[in-house]
Design a protein around this ligand. Structure first.
Ligand code: JFZ
Length: 586
């Protein structure tokens, strides 16, 4: 129970290393095809909008009680003025549909302990404690049912800052010992029972921050859900690896296909709950790029919306979601119900269904040539733009495909190029292709490595704004090596850039060796200084460093490798190498 006792938040409390969950059969058969969902964080904190006693808090707004150390009794008084008269369940569900989203998950109870539904278990709920007196979850459940929209409930099972027996509130004085079992029996389990009894079919019970929850407690939650609604999916944050599907770390977008059933959850700005002063919105093109990247890796993308204290979805967010929906209306066939196709491509991402390959092109080629890695075992029959159906000329070479593209992209956000094959895509080439004219980024996780360790680092930028990077660390000297292998369909010159962080002090830095083909080149990595922030989860300051120019001839299975040459390199954290095209001949 000590996970939240200091002012730092441990990664365990926030979900820890993600559990790998096995794919399901009947339960949640809708889930893998849905691809896009809406998350709604809405509660008493929405009324505060990121401000407490005239101080603006930056970062995630739903944690304001914790950050401002607001006593539970004082926070509870916010309910007296929480009166979301503009809430309209049907409008919200319409917004979800218009955005092209296929399911909805809403906070039934967040860490503040306030139930956004009618509850006989605790009077700290929207019906009994506010002038509003309505049950928004009942209204939403009805609106969802009418249009066949799967609805999930978020329930904070471990943290409840209103309850002295639950985890999280370390600022209110508590008499006697904390007994988590008492909270579980008296509040969490019975409220979950209410959610599974009073609102029709619940598609997902979405748990969070399992923290110190014991295996038998997670098991008990799971058993109760199975008994009441066997068709309800449970996410991995129930804890103890008992979820039906995996929720990745917040805002984590994989770069490579990832097995099992999973979702990436993302904020639209830098908060889940409404913050009036947060203007850092993701524009539609960025939302679409993240959505398509997640789908192209085999997951669902769940984008959050934080309505305000009156129950209004911020107008700008609403407009941008409509743009996203307009794109999906025209291009959704390239997304819903698709599976991952070829590994990462520099201009966007690829999805596939049966014998069709969809290339989602976010960065339209300027030279009229769209390059795709090869599709082993299949012939390209025809290529067309999804936008206008215009057919495009194509050349299938042994290692790659060249599509001739018009000068202007047909779509302002992302243009989908459709390739019809004569056979379903089966064997995927596991190796990336170095496509001429495009940078190729290769991560630490994709390196063949020896004498070093792959470690995942997570840290917060603004409060609650988590970033993640996998790095190669703890280099052995001599013996440490990281190697990346790729295909080179067309000869070309490329810069090699390294992204790293290194606490070495002094001007000397550390010396390394770069191997490429038969060449061996020494180079230096300057120290970047220590990383900053909280000691347990230091904020990584990654630096990009250009090592030099390399020339590649055509051919598959080529490699670059690096090795530390002296002991000063041991502490280096290497995140990625990128090959950046350079033009030599005029
Ligand atoms: C949790 C909550 O604390 C937060 O308020 C919000 O509801 C979010 C969706 O979930 O925060 C987390 C949980 C897990 C990670 C990061 C933030 N994680 O695993 O990286």
């Amino acid at each position: 129970m000590s996970a939240l006792s200091s002012r730092t938040v441990s990664p365990e409390m926030w979900g820890g290393p993600a559990a790998r969950c096995a794919a399901l059969s009947e339960r949640g058969s809708w889930f893998p095809d849905a691809k896009f969902g809406m998350f709604i964080h809405w509660g008493l904190y929405s009324e505060l909008g990121g401000c407490w006693q005239d101080k603006a808090y930056h970062g995630i707004g739903e944690w304001i009680q914790w950050r401002a150390r607001i006593p539970a009794a004082e926070y509870a008084r916010v309910a007296q003025r929480f009166h979301p008269v503009d809430f309209n369940a049907r409008e919200w569900v319409r917004t979800v549909q218009d955005a092209g989203m296929r399911y909805l998950v809403i906070t039934a109870k967040h860490h503040d302990g306030f139930a956004m539904f009618r509850s006989a278990v605790s009077p700290f709920n929207i019906v009994d404690a506010t002038p509003f007196k309505r049950d928004p979850l009942a209204e939403l459940a009805e609106a969802c049912r009418d249009v066949g929209m799967p609805l999930g409930f978020y329930y904070s099972q471990t943290q409840d800052w209103h309850e002295p027996d639950a985890v999280g509130n370390e600022w209110d004085a508590v008499e006697g010992e904390r007994r988590f079992d008492r909270y579980l029996e008296a509040k969490a389990l019975p409220q979950i029972e209410e959610l599974l009894t009073n609102y029709g079919d619940v598609a997902i019970l979405w748990f969070d921050t399992p923290g110190p929850i014991a295996r038998e407690d997670s098991l008990q939650l799971q058993a109760r859900i199975r008994q009441l609604q066997p068709g309800c999916l449970i996410n991995s944050r129930i804890g103890n690896e008992l979820g039906d599907y995996e929720t990745l770390g917040d805002q984590e977008i994989p770069r490579q296909p990832h097995g099992g059933l999973w979702e990436t959850i993302d904020t639209h700005n830098d908060t889940w709950g409404y913050v009036a002063h947060d203007r850092n919105w993701k524009a539609p093109a960025e939302i679409l790029r993240r959505l398509v990247q997640v789908a192209a890796c085999g997951g669902n993308y769940v984008l959050n919306v934080g309505p305000d204290g009156r129950g209004r979805i911020p107008a700008l967010a609403d407009r941008m979601l409509q743009s996203v929906g307009t794109w999906l209306e025209a291009n959704g066939t390239a997304l819903y119900g698709t599976i991952p196709a070829v590994a990462s491509v520099p201009w966007g991402a690829c999805t596939a269904r049966d014998k069709t390959l969809y290339a989602h092109v976010f960065d339209w080629p300027r030279d009229g040539r769209l390059l795709l890695p090869g599709v082993p075992g299949a012939r390209v029959r025809s290529v067309r733009n999804l936008h206008d159906g215009a057919s495009l000329a194509v050349e299938q070479l042994p290692e790659h495909i060249v599509v001739q593209t018009p000068a202007m992209p047909p779509d302002a956000f992302a243009s989908v190029v459709v390739l019809e094959l004569d056979a379903p895509l089966v064997a995927q080439n596991p190796r990336p292709s170095l496509l001429s004219g495009w940078p190729l980024r290769m991560d630490a996780a994709n390196a063949e490595r020896s004498g070093c360790r792959l470690r995942k680092r997570s840290w917060m930028e603004k409060f609650g704004d988590w970033k993640h990077a996998e790095c190669l660390e703890e280099w052995e000297v001599p013996g440490g090596e990281a190697r990346w292998t790729f295909d080179v369909p067309e000869a070309g010159a490329f810069y090699l850039d390294l992204e790293y962080s290194s606490p070495t002090e002094g001007d000397e830095g550390s010396e390394w060796i770069l191997r490429c083909g038969s060449s061996e080149t020494p180079f230096v990595l300057l120290g970047t200084g220590e990383s900053h922030g909280d000691e347990a989860n230091p904020r990584l300051l990654l630096r990009k460093c250009r090592i030099g120019l390399l020339e590649f001839t055509r051919g598959s299975g080529q490699a670059v490798a690096i090795q530390p040459k002296d002991a000063a390199g041991r502490q280096t954290r290497l995140a990625a190498v990128t090959l950046v095209p350079a033009r030599i001949e005029s």
